[in-house]
Design a protein around this ligand. Structure first.
Ligand code: ADP
Ligand code: MG
Length: 273
């Protein structure tokens, strides 16, 4: 987990034979009359890092939220490791799909870690308390075991010496690293990051991106929404460009960032590079 392992991120996942972890199949999402996702397809394999880019309002957050069931697709489906999310695996005899219970959905969701632009830490808990919270409360892990694991995770994000600090005593970059450790404490199969550095002062961005690079190098399957093109170029196995609710271009960083085909992607890149 040290920085010197970051030069070959997700080399295994880049091999096309790795098992598929995320499958988004023709997902649509509407909010009332607003058709936000217009048939998105996405495949992410084990150990891959997919970087999702696109203009504000193009549907990136909504797509992530559909992947981890914070939103329910209006049509289409999401499979995680081959399992349809939100529904029983077999349709009823009449062909209808039966929804899972809230508890079953919560169990599926707990296998996916999510980190938001804003850190959403519990203000009344220390860094250690924040990281221990879900394993103890949700998984029923004994406190001593949860604390040992939480300390290891805080070490892993470079905050071993900040375990007893409250969020208000930490910088934005440190708070975001606690949020990442908190997500990792649930042993997620995959991690979703929604603009994890956009709320940070510029000088704090790299400490968070370094943690993401380390995670990628350790083989974590990740989808990262970000405007950090340097990060995308260095770490992404594939870059996905969304515009107006659709995936417009997808490919290696070289293909998407250096050789954009559509005018829409060229225009977007000109605005962020
Ligand atoms: P992005 O993350 O790419 O900026 P979003 O997925 O947040 O885009 O939003 C895409 C569109 O969906 C925007 O027009 C936004 O206003 C709309 N939207 C997102 N969430 C909701 C919601 N809960 N209710 C209504 N409209 C929404
Ligand atoms: Mg967003």
């Amino acid at each position: 987990t040290s920085n010197d392992t970051a030069q070959t991120p997700s080399a295994e996942g880049a091999a096309s034979g790795a098992p598929v972890v995320i499958q988004v199949q023709d997902v649509h999402k509407s909010f009332g009359d607003l058709h936000v996702l217009k048939g998105c397809d996405l495949t992410v394999r084990a150990g891959e890092v997919a970087v999702l880019v696109g203009p504000s309002g193009s549907g990136k957050s909504t797509l992530l939220r559909c992947i981890n069931q914070l939103e329910e697709p209006s049509a289409g489906r999401v499979l995680i490791e081959g399992v349809v999310q939100g529904y029983r695996s077999d349709p009823l005899p009449d062909g209808r799909w039966q929804k899972l219970s809230n508890a079953e959905i919560a169990a599926q969701r707990s296998r996916i870690g999510m980190v938001f632009q804003r850190f959403h830490l519990f203000p009344h808990l220390t860094a250690l308390g924040n990281v221990m919270e879900a394993p103890v409360q949700v998984r029923g892990l004994p406190k001593a075991a949860a604390e040992k694991k939480a300390r290891e995770l805080l070490d892993r994000v470079g905050l071993g010496d900040r375990a007893d600090h409250y969020p208000s005593e930490l910088s934005g970059g440190q708070q975001q690293r606690v949020a990442i450790a908190r997500a990792l404490a649930m042993d997620p199969e995959l991690m979703l990051f929604d603009e994890p550095t956009s709320a940070l002062d510029p000088e704090l961005v790299s400490e968070v991106l370094t943690v993401l690079k380390d995670l990628a190098a350790d083989g974590m399957t990740m989808v990262v929404v970000t405007h950090e093109m340097g990060f995308a170029r260095e770490v992404a196995d594939h870059v996905v460009f969304m515009d107006d609710g659709a995936i417009v271009e997808e490919g290696t960083p070289e293909q998407v960032i250096d050789h954009p085909r559509s005018e829409r992607l060229k225009g977007f890149l000109a605005s962020v590079l």
